[in-house]
Design a protein around this ligand. Structure first.
Ligand code: ADP
Ligand code: MG
Length: 654
């Protein structure tokens, strides 16, 4: 268990600020108090292990709070450092710094590469990603197209941002360039507080993998093949602010609300964590993307440092007090830190190791920097194609879900249309029967067969069941039965009730005739004289008929609208299917690209083998010559020796 390191840093007073204020923050060693005319205000005294006044530099903060995290990250421990505080309190200055006073991020980058150079017995692989959380959406700052990335969780990788790009890097300059690129893509806005106030939380992440080099690895290491993987997060939070004070509105106001919400959740998480082990209960990490990503750093497996930045001006006293209270709670949190050693294939280093190791061995002899660069590029390409594959798989999954939803919606629309059709048809039937009852004598055969005609329109149409009709009793003298003769003595249930003004009829006289469509309409021998009498007896029916017609029109309109909507949805579905096909194509293309790459690698390997053979042949030829030359040399030496030792015969006397 290890406590979170918390430091408080006061930035210098802004130049345009009145320094004669009666209220001031006073720092004496590790104690900060708010003083009113040099007298400490009660309840506003705080003490911390590390306090930095306005004269402190970023290097000082780095050495005290961050350096140990960086060293630990190289040794395989997760690490997180973040700057907290209100807008304009100096968070970005602390993290990024200036040309004269480089911030924590550039200092950390340089330190990492400097330190790993001093550990020749381990092989390192470092990858970098840079993201921002803007309006509760995660965007990749290195690849502008990657926006609104989701957070996933898996047993192997823990909590991670799916689809974020990662760049494999081999030196500090490369990382600083990436940092610059990402910085240019950050969201800046203008509020009254800070002309270039950052409106997003940014997370600069380095994943450090390392393993013992083969020649140096102990017996145990070789057996387990353990790889250390640590994640280092350097976070620059967006500043909290009081909306009334900033004068924010519109987009700025929306941003402010998101920023404040995520900082509030961060505060809640810190509060809960500071309550201590058994009593703290549920920690609301999932309430914001920021806390979700920082989950391992807060109460998890990570060494964490928080720099709480304070703006010293009188106007900011309320916010400063909030920051100091946050810092007091944060320093009570303990994390459970351990080295991350993994034995599975999840480590990138291990995955790439097999493919690259052979190539590397070959390269060692040739000591060519260019070839090292090629190797790095190959590594990056391989990693990117893997990330791309993950991203495509994710997109495909989302497309599938969208398609499923769409199909569901179409199905529901079809059901709605069907029920509307049924309803509309029952209204047709009731309208038709009412028309008959009021004596629509000029009903054409088309109208009479309306039901059959409409049922042809929709394949799914269900014939409405007419399961209740009342047959006129045989004894015509019964006055209470108003069913006119021209209905052939047949009426529907509703009509029966209406015609009888709610009176109950002689149930014995009723004949139940289920599904009797042929008896629905009167025969052609309808008597006109009787109809006009019936019209007089039922004046309300005409009115009702009008209503039914109107209702019918509305329903027909609704039906056609729904049909239109259905067509649009069908088109959307086709479009989506096309998209899915395109994505599949892209994936296949990527696959084939990867295969090409592997082919090229093999080709490269083959060439290197050839080269090695050539060198071997050359060496063999050289040694042959050497042998020849040596024997030649020995022979010549012997001849010289012979000549030297041979007695010189005196010249013959002339
Ligand atoms: P924040 O990121 O918290 O909104 P900034 O880091 O942008 O605030 O700081 C606001 C202003 O104060 C900037 O102009 C910055 O240069 C200046 N500033 C902050 N901290 C310091 C410091 N320690 N020394 C000098 N200037 C500072
Ligand atoms: Mg900032």
């Amino acid at each position: 268990m290890e406590k979170i390191s918390v430091g408080v840093r006061f930035r210098p007073l802004a130049s345009n600020c009145d320094s004669d204020s009666c209220r001031k923050w006073q720092i004496s060693d590790k104690v900060i108090s708010l003083c009113h005319f040099n007298t400490p205000v009660s309840g506003l005294t705080f003490s911390f292990d590390h306090v930095f006044d306005h004269s402190s530099s970023n290097v000082m903060v780095y050495n005290v709070l961050i350096k140990s995290i960086i060293t630990a990250a190289i040794d395989g421990f997760n690490g997180t450092a973040f700057a907290y505080g209100q807008t304009s309190s100096g968070k970005t200055y602390t993290m990024n710094g200036s040309d004269k006073d480089p911030g924590i991020i550039p200092l950390a980058i340089k330190d990492i590469f400097h330190t790993i150079q001093k550990i020749p017995e381990r092989e390192f692989l470092i990858r970098v990603s840079y993201m921002e959380i803007y309006n509760e959406e995660i965007n990749d700052l290195l690849v502008l197209e990657s926006q609104k990335l989701p957070i996933h969780e898996s047993l192997e990788r823990g909590v991670y941002v799916a689809g974020i790009s990662e760049e494999i890097v081999s030196n500090a300059e490369q990382v600083l360039q990436l940092l610059e690129l990402g910085e240019a893509n950050r969201h800046f806005g203008e509020t009254n507080m800070n002309a270039r106030s950052s409106r997003s939380h940014t997370i600069f992440r380095m994943v450090i993998e390392s393993r013992a080099k083969e020649e140096n690895s102990s017996k145990e290491d070789t057996i387990t093949d353990a790889i250390r993987v640590s994640v280092l997060n350097l976070v620059d939070l967006a500043g909290s602010e009081r909306i009334a004070k900033t004068g924010a509105e519109g987009v700025r106001l929306k941003e402010g609300k998101h920023i404040n919400k995520s900082l509030m959740v961060l505060g809640n998480v810190i509060n809960k964590l500071s309550e201590g082990g058994k009593t703290r209960g549920h920690i609301p990490y999932r309430d914001s993307k920021l806390t979700r990503i920082l989950q391992p750093a807060l109460g998890g497996n990570a060494k964490t440092s928080i720099i709480c930045n304070v703006a010293p001006e009188d106007v900011h006293i309320e916010e400063s007090r909030g920051t100091l209270q946050f810092a007091s709670r944060a320093k009570r949190i303990t994390n459970c830190v351990q080295v991350n050693e993994i034995l599975t294939d999840a480590a990138l280093l291990k995955k790439q190791k097999l493919e690259i190791e052979e190539l590397r061995k070959k390269l060692q002899g040739s000591h060519s920097e260019v070839l090292e660069q090629v190797l790095l590029k190959q590594r990056n390409d391989m990693h990117k194609s893997e990330l791309e594959r993950d991203r495509l798989a994710m997109e495909l999954e989302e497309e599938r879900k969208a398609r499923h939803d769409l199909e569901q919606r179409i199905f529901e629309q079809e059901k709605k249309i069907e029920s509307l059709m049924n309803h509309s048809m029952s209204l047709h039937v009731s309208s038709a029967s009412t028309q008959k009852k009021v004596g629509e004598r000029s009903a054409t055969p088309d109208e009479t067969h309306l039901l059959e005609f409409d049922s042809l329109k929709t394949p799914n149409f269900k014939q409405p069941s007419i399961d209740f009709v009342v047959r006129r009793p045989n004894y015509k003298e019964l006055e209470s039965s108003p069913i006119p003769d021209n209905f052939a003595g047949v009426a529907g249930e509703d009509l029966w009730a209406r015609l009888n003004n709610g009176r109950i009829t002689d149930l014995d006289a009723l004949q139940m005739t289920p599904g009797l469509p042929s008896q629905l309409f009167p025969s052609s021998e309808t008597s006109l004289g009787v109809l006009s009498n019936e019209e007089k007896r039922c004046p309300r029916l005409e009115e009702e008929l009008d209503n039914v017609r109107k209702q019918n029109e509305v329903l027909t309109e609704q039906y056609s609208k729904l049909e239109e909507e259905n067509n649009v949805l069908k088109e959307e579905k086709i479009g989506l299917a096309d998209d899915v096909a395109c994505l599949e194509n892209e994936r296949n293309q990527l696959k084939s690209e990867k295969q090409c790459l592997i082919k090229e690698l093999r080709e490269e390997k083959r060439k290197l083998n050839d080269l090695r053979d050539d060198v071997r042949n050359l060496i063999a030829a050289f040694s042959q010559r050497e042998v020849m030359l040596t024997s030649l040399c020995t022979k010549s030496r012997a001849i010289v020796e012979n000549i030297k030792t041979a007695p010189i015969a005196p010249p013959p006397d002339s």
